[in-house]
Design a protein around this ligand. Structure first.
Ligand code: THU
Length: 135
């Protein structure tokens, strides 16, 4: 199914930068902001939240998917992530998996190599459909 409207990448970038400004990153000093467009036209976002127990750090994408569900759920059509300078940041491997779970068909991500699909940044992914196969 074709998306109803085109993606406003500039609006997503602005939302990601605004989210990044809320980051709690006293340990890495590497603030991150992420924003995404939902299937029904909302913009959801998140920032990274670190912890004195370093391994408990929440990536910006964790907050984003929480925000997705807190504001009505749905699926992600387009995604943009920035570092503390506002430069495009590739989501880490774990966060690619988080995003994959909530991807709309044909979901796009702004990457350092231009716009790519979810399937390009996480090929051969494990997903909910694999759980069904073994039941
Ligand atoms: N980080 C994210 O928030 N998202 C990513 O996809 C990559 C890494 C955060 C985690 C940590 O707070 C900081 O960046 C440095 O790794």
């Amino acid at each position: 199914m074709e998306p109803a409207t085109t993606v406003d990448w500039q609006a997503l970038e602005a939302a990601a930068v605004a989210a990044m400004q809320n980051a709690y990153a006293p340990y890495s000093k590497f603030p991150v902001g992420a924003a995404a467009l939902t299937g029904d036209g909302r913009i959801v976002s998140g920032c990274n939240v670190e912890n004195a127990s370093y391994g408990l750090t929440l990536c910006a994408e964790c907050a984003l998917v929480g925000n997705l569900h807190m504001t009505g759920g749905g699926l992600l059509r387009a995604f943009y992530c920035v570092d503390g300078s506002g430069n495009i940041l590739m989501p880490c491997g774990r966060c690619r998996q988080l995003l994959y779970e909530f991807r709309a068909p044909g979901m796009e991500l702004m990457t350092t190599q231009g716009i790519k699909t979810m399937d390009q940044v996480l090929p051969d992914a494990f997903g909910p459909e694999h759980l069904e196969e073994t039941r």
